[in-house]
Structure formats: C-alpha cells, structure tokens
Ligand binder design. Structure first.
Ligand code: CA
Ligand code: CA
Length: 100
C-alpha cells in the first residue's frame, strides 16, 4: 500500500504522532472529497495493522461521526485521530492488547 513513514526509531519501533496518524487517514481519502467513508476508514485501519479493520472503522465512525452522516469530515477527523491514538494505533499491530 506504499505506507512510507520514515521511522525515527531505534529498535524498529514505529511510533506515529497524531499528526502522522492524521495524514495517514487523509491519505486514505481516495476520492479526495475531504470525507472519510467507512470504506476509506477501513483501509486506513488496515494499514495501521488493526486486527479487524472493519470493526475498528465502524467503532471509529460511531465514535467520531458527530453529525451521523456516515462519513468523517475534517472537523470530525480530529476526534477520530484522538480515538485511534488512544487505542494505541501508532503504526504497530497491537490489537491483541485490546482484546483482553
Ligand atoms: Ca472520501
Ligand atoms: Ca460526519
């Protein structure tokens, strides 16, 4: 998928900042309408290594979609980024942690 965040990591520890997370989500706005659809969200979470990207997309959407139009706009994106960040989506697959 061509995800090329340069890691400034020592131990191969990819750790995205919120800004980087945001640009990752933005990158998945594949039709460039400045909204992230459920499908685009799913692709973003997929790239983040989510165990179930479909589930995460649905959860993220219901969490951040304030006006309930089924898409994440640029205002709601900040909420989504916070949500993903809190879950620990910083570029490392760590869903196993959240299953417990
Ligand atoms: Ca879009
Ligand atoms: Ca919305």
């Amino acid at each position: 998928m061509g995800f090329a965040v340069t890691t400034n990591s020592k131990e191969g520890n990819l750790c995205l900042t919120k800004e980087q997370l945001k640009s990752l989500f933005l990158k998945h706005d594949s039709n460039h309408d400045n909204h992230l659809s459920r499908k685009e969200l799913r692709q973003a979470f997929d790239e983040l290594g989510a165990f179930s990207a479909r589930y995460r997309a649905a959860r993220g959407l219901s969490h951040a979609d304030a006006d309930k139009d089924g898409q994440i706009d640029m205002v709601e994106l900040d909420d989504l980024v916070n949500y993903a960040y809190k879950l620990g989506y910083t570029g490392q697959p760590q869903d196993s942690k959240h299953l417990k």
